[in-house]
Design a protein around this ligand. Structure first.
Ligand code: F6P
Length: 319
């Protein structure tokens, strides 16, 4: 193995830069040439590829976003497009590819190896924590801290004005971000796609709490369950609070990564290079019980990560 490449793809997540840095620096230390592919699969198709150096990844660990930039590339669902991409990789002498991204990006990587025989290793990078077989993906922890900080601020003003806030968080089809952020901020209600909501019952419960003297009400809703507007429509006239809506949006994807994400990304970056050097590909790096392991890409992608229902129970128990 002489030359490998690294790219970030799909929705960015904090910590991607630490993963790039680890792949580049460890790769170079192992005697490899490491190339960076810009803007994910779209940049690959445009041959936006350049050699990375030890210095080119200096000072990036603490930066949010991704220095390689990212994109969503819907064309990559087509086999012909992937064949084109493989041709470009071969033309550039790239013998192994590290793809840092979420579910769609990892699917692209899996097909690149299955159909085009390009050795690939995935690193799970997404704020959603919806990738199976890994306890955490790169970016989840930072996102949670951002969301918790925002909810805490909203709680301050909710209390001053005795209001209810309906706060919509990201997560695509997963209720993970909503569940954990709601749990650790003591939200009065958490609405997630995994658990059906009965607005009448919820409204009555919140009203009772209001009548018992509660002075604020935080409802966290996962975007995959409902929009904050829908939730407000169902609840605002029932619960005895004046209601405000906040959609946190892409603020959840930015910011300097936490120590946890920097460490996870660094460990996974090194593990990805090790895998390629050992002739192991068609895998994703994963965190399982504190250890970094590799898991088969097809196994990761054939199952949906299920939300840990103990977390949901815990949130209910303590709120
Ligand atoms: O997968 C990350 C994510 O931020 C989801 O939580 C969200 O649904 C989606 O990406 C938003 O995508 P975009 O940035 O393309 O609008």
């Amino acid at each position: 193995l002489k030359r490998i490449a690294v790219m970030t793809s799909g929705g960015d997540s904090p910590g991607m830069n630490a993963a790039i840095r680890a792949v580049v620096r460890y790769g170079i230390k192992q005697g490899l040439e490491v190339y960076g592919i810009k803007r994910g699969y779209a940049g690959l198709l445009d041959e936006d590829i350049e050699e990375m150096t030890f210095a080119s990844v200096g000072g990036i660990m603490e930066k949010g976003g991704t220095i390689l930039r990212s994109s969503r590339c819907p064309e990559f669902v087509r086999k012909e497009t992937r064949a084109e991409a493989a041709k470009i990789l071969k033309k550039h002498g790239i013998e192994g590819l590290v793809v840092i991204g979420g579910e769609g990006s990892l699917h692209g990587a899996m097909f690149l190896e299955e159909e085009q025989k390009i050795p690939v290793v995935g690193i799970p990078g997404t704020i959603d924590n919806d990738i199976a077989m890994t306890d955490m993906s790169v970016g989840v922890d930072t996102c949670l801290n951002t969301v918790v900080d925002a909810i805490q601020k909203l709680k301050d003003t909710a209390t001053s004005h005795e209001r209810a806030f309906i706060i919509e968080v990201m997560g695509r089809h997963s209720g993970y971000i909503a569940t954990v952020s709601g749990l650790v901020t003591g939200a009065e209600a958490i609405i997630i796609p995994e658990v059906p909501v009965n607005y009448e019952e919820l409204g009555n419960k919140l009203l009772q709490e209001r009548e018992r003297g509660k002075i604020n009400c935080i409802v966290v809703v996962a975007e995959g369950a409902a929009s904050a507007y829908t939730v407000a429509r169902h609840l605002e006239h029932r619960i005895g609070y004046e209601t405000r809506i906040t959609i946190l949006g892409h603020i959840q994807r930015g910011g300097s990564p936490t120590a946890f994400d920097r460490l996870l990304a660094s460990r996974m970056g090194v593990a990805a290079v090790d895998a390629l050097m050992n002739g192991e590909s068609y895998v994703m790096t994963a965190l399982q019980g504190g250890k970094i392991v590799t898991v088969k890409l097809d196994e990761v992608l054939k199952e949906k990560k299920r939300l840990d229902m103990d977390l949901v129970k815990l949130a209910g128990l303590l709120s």
